[in-house]
Write a protein that binds this ligand. Structure first.
Ligand SMILES: Cc1ncc(COP(=O)(O)O)c(C=O)c1O
Length: 403
């Protein structure tokens, strides 16, 4: 099957693909289209972690940490550079959920307070909203979508009143390429002085993220997905001015040093949301992943992700019996579909036999959206810049062979 070389509006960008693939040991073993799950780490990330682990084994964990103190501090600067923040506004966490929870559970709610969220909200966030709503008497309300299934900022504007206590939305959901208008939401939140918590878990690493443009007070993200960092890493951004009034729901003697028999001092920076112990090797790996992405260039990464996912959608559309489920007019690099009467888990297993990694997104991971659209479990293919056109075509061919 002949595939178009590039999709209109998403030309193949200039990028040294050979070098990037040589840097990616896994690229020789698999066609990895599960970057929304966990991407393949590039060699510099792996090397950075192994180097630190070796030092831990050779000289001791605390001693290795002392030796790498400056590089560890530089991880905060790397995260800050990636999202246009300052290092004091960053806390490192073990995943996006922990980051989001730290931001969310630091808010307080009274009966009748309103929490506005998106239909595509991720399960981990939504169950926390439910718990806090139950405990506090706050209510959760879903911001309506426009006809393309994208969160509608005008509808949000109409919902605002003095009882809205938090806007918490997901930018790019786990179950498709939808890109919600996070910056427009931020402008509304700012205008009305409403705290704004943004889940950027699937956005960081595949598109430009600038917290000043986004206007968010808090932003959560993970290391292992489009950033290509190790598992068990993530970060929380908290805007400087917002941080001052924010008390973590849980503290330890790192975030809040014990200064007198009956007192402690909260750290002045966002690291008040951290605890004392952490995985230094993984965090150094996260820093290496971010530096690696910045060196390639986020605009180049974004353009290539758009190219590959547009190509994938355009070719999958022609596979008999295949239905795409992505929402929005200019979707990101998460492509979801179902294939005739095939069980998605069986399709995933079939693809895995051919060396192609994809995942399955269950309705329960984005339940509101799944119910609204009567969505089954969907097959999720998420290409990243280091994938090739041929790999995309191999996925399409394998889907075709099932029909
Ligand atoms: C949109 C979204 N938010 C949050 C998360 C949670 O991220 P983590 O597993 O790093 O906690 C995910 C994970 O898939 C996600 O897709």
């Amino acid at each position: 099957m002949l595939a178009p070389a590039a999709e209109p509006g998403h030309p193949a960008p200039m990028i040294d693909l050979n070098r990037l693939r040589e840097d990616t040991p896994g690229a020789a073993c698999r066609i990895h289209l599960n970057n929304a799950g966990a991407a393949l780490m590039p060699r510099p990330v792996l090397d950075r972690m192994l180097r630190h682990l070796n030092r831990e084994a050779l000289i001791g964990g605390y001693e290795a940490a002392a030796e790498a103190e400056e590089q560890h501090r530089a991880v905060y600067a790397s995260v800050a550079r990636l999202i246009g923040a300052s290092p004091e506004e960053i806390a490192l966490t073990e995943n996006a959920t922990a980051a989001w929870q730290m931001g969310f559970y630091a808010q307080s709610f009274r009966p009748g307070d309103r929490i506005l969220t998106a239909r595509a909200e991720y399960a981990a966030n939504y169950v926390a909203l439910l718990q806090v709503a139950r405990r506090s008497g706050a209510v959760i309300e879903v911001i309506p979508d426009d006809p393309h299934g994208v969160l509608d900022p005008e509808a949000l504007e109409r919902m605002i009143d003095g009882r809205v206590r938090l806007i918490a939305i997901t930018w790019v959901p786990t179950n498709g390429g939808l890109v919600n208008p996070a910056a427009e939401v931020g402008r509304i939140a700012r205008r009305h002085g409403i705290p704004y918590l943004l889940d950027a878990c699937q956005a960081v690493g595949q598109m430009r993220v600038d917290v000043a443009d986004l206007g968010c007070d808090m932003l959560s993200a993970t290391g292992r997905k489009f950033l290509r960092g190790p598992r068990g890493t993530g970060f929380l951004y908290v805007r400087r001015a917002f941080l001052d009034g924010l008390h973590p729901a849980m503290i330890d003697h790192f975030g809040a040093p014990w200064t007198s028999v009956d007192g402690y001092d909260l750290r002045a920076d966002a690291r008040r949301f951290e605890t004392w112990e952490s995985n230094h090797a993984a965090q150094l790996g996260l820093g290496a992943a971010i530096d690696y992405a910045l060196e390639i260039g986020i605009p180049q990464i974004e353009q290539r992700c758009r190219h590959l996912s547009a190509r994938m959608r355009s070719l999958l559309r022609d596979v008999p019996g295949l239905r795409l489920h992505d929402l929005g007019t200019d979707p990101a690099s998460i492509v979801t579909f179902s294939l005739g009467g095939h069980d998605p888990a069986a399709v995933k297993a079939h693809l895995a036999k051919g060396g192609i990694n994809v995942s399955v997104s269950a309705p329960s991971s984005t339940l509101l959206d799944a119910l609204a659209r009567d969505l089954p479990a969907v097959i999720r293919a998420s290409p990243h810049y280091y994938n090739t056109d041929d790999e995309v075509d191999a996925l399409v061919g394998a889907c075709r062979s099932l029909q």
